[in-house]
Design a protein around this ligand. Structure first.
Ligand code: PEP
Ligand code: MN
Length: 363
């Protein structure tokens, strides 16, 4: 059972300005003072006010670049001083939190690997108690909504009310085009439970490649999310981590300008906003239905092969009748009419028989 969260509205954080998206941008990792300052300069030029940079990097393999550590926090202080930006970094231990407090970091986030670990989240929550630092919580690597909510609850119980979330996708067990599976359904469920909590998408870690950043960002806007956290590096090809997903500040500016964002605050747009969000959800479900239909057809063809090998006729009406009966019963239980179930499943069956016949005729 998730408990109610006590939240400070994001408008009172003093970080972000409307209209959407609220943007957090900066390199995956702080690598050098020059790289940090040059990237911040490029972002500041077109009005990005919140700068991100990883100081301690959780890497899959030891020996990869694991971040510059605490000395990099001085570069973030310089970004604050020179450009007046707010600065944010990832914390994964109480030691990181203490370093951030010492160096005036304005906001922290919990990474996906940290959110998955309640011991660490508890330590971090306690270390942040009595500070006023906003905390953004990335989803855990595994698609476990309760674990994500549990982390928010731990922070909230220690008095942290400037709380938000970052959706960065989930590790996929099968190979997919994106680096991490968006599984938007889970994000929508969280949004529905806590509609007042600021919600960021992280297209960089979801997509894993520059090519996908625009479509993911647009989808996040269509679903009504408030913000985007996007990795930006002054020279992406030389980045020491996540090179393929980082954008130059100029390319990020183009991406943001290309987004269609319907502003919640614009007069009488409330209705359009609502309808567009519902439509975006329908689009997601339709894509899911398509994928399921395609995999069902694949299995039908395999059954066709199998029947052929064993010299069995394609059409077995008794099997089909029993499928249809079962589906009608299940359909009734979730409020779908018999007529509708019959129409949909007969169309599926017809196509499936056709596919099996093609298999038969092929050989
Ligand atoms: C990051 O933001 O650079 C990062 C390591 O992200 P995640 O925790 O989503 O993998
Ligand atoms: Mn990264």
């Amino acid at each position: 059972m998730s408990r109610k969260l006590e939240l400070t509205p994001v408008q009172e954080w003093g970080f972000f300005t409307l209209p959407r998206p609220m943007v957090i941008a900066g390199p995956c990792s702080a690598e050098s003072e020059e790289q940090v300052m040059e990237t911040a300069a490029g972002l500041n030029e077109f009005g990005i006010h919140v700068f991100r940079a990883g100081i301690w990097k959780p890497r899959t393999h030891p020996g990869s670049f694991e971040g510059v550590g605490a000395p990099g926090l001085r570069w973030l202080q310089k970004v604050k001083k020179v450009y007046g930006m707010k600065v944010a970094t990832e914390v994964a231990s109480e030691k990181h939190v203490f370093e951030c407090i010492k160096h005036g970091v304005d906001m922290v986030w919990l990474g996906a690997r940290t959110t998955a670990n309640p011991f660490l989240v508890q330590d971090i929550a306690e270390a942040l108690r009595d500070t006023d630092i906003p905390v953004l919580v990335k989803n855990p690597v595994n698609p476990d909504l309760d674990l994500w909510i549990g982390a928010l609850e731990r922070l909230n119980r220690e008095g942290i009310t400037k709380l938000g979330v970052i959706h960065r996708g989930f590790s996929a067990s099968e190979k997919i085009a994106y680096r991490n599976d968006p599984l938007w359904k889970i994000a929508i469920e969280l949004r529905t439970r806590y509609p007042e909590m600021p919600f960021f998408a992280d297209p960089s870690h979801m997509g894993g490649n520059r090519a996908y950043l625009q479509e993911i960002s647009q989808r996040a806007m269509d679903l009504g999310l408030e913000g985007l956290m996007i990795e930006s590096h002054c020279d992406p090809s030389k980045a020491l981590s996540d090179a393929s997903q980082q954008l130059t500040p100029a390319a990020l500016k183009d991406l943001l300008e290309s987004l269609t964002v319907r502003d919640k605050d614009a007069d009488s747009k409330e209705y359009r906003e609502g309808i567009d969000q519902l439509r975006a959800r329908i689009d997601l479900i339709d894509e899911g239905i398509l994928a399921e239909l395609a995999s069902r057809m694949g299995i039908s063809r395999r059954i066709g092969e199998y029947k052929k090998e064993h010299n069995v006729a394609i059409l077995q009406m008794s099997r089909w009748d029993s499928i249809l009966e079962r589906m009608k019963e299940k359909g009734r239980a979730c409020g779908l009419s018999e007529q509708f179930i019959e129409t949909v499943f007969n169309a599926i069956h017809e196509e499936s028989v056709k596919a099996q016949n093609e298999v038969l005729e092929k050989g």
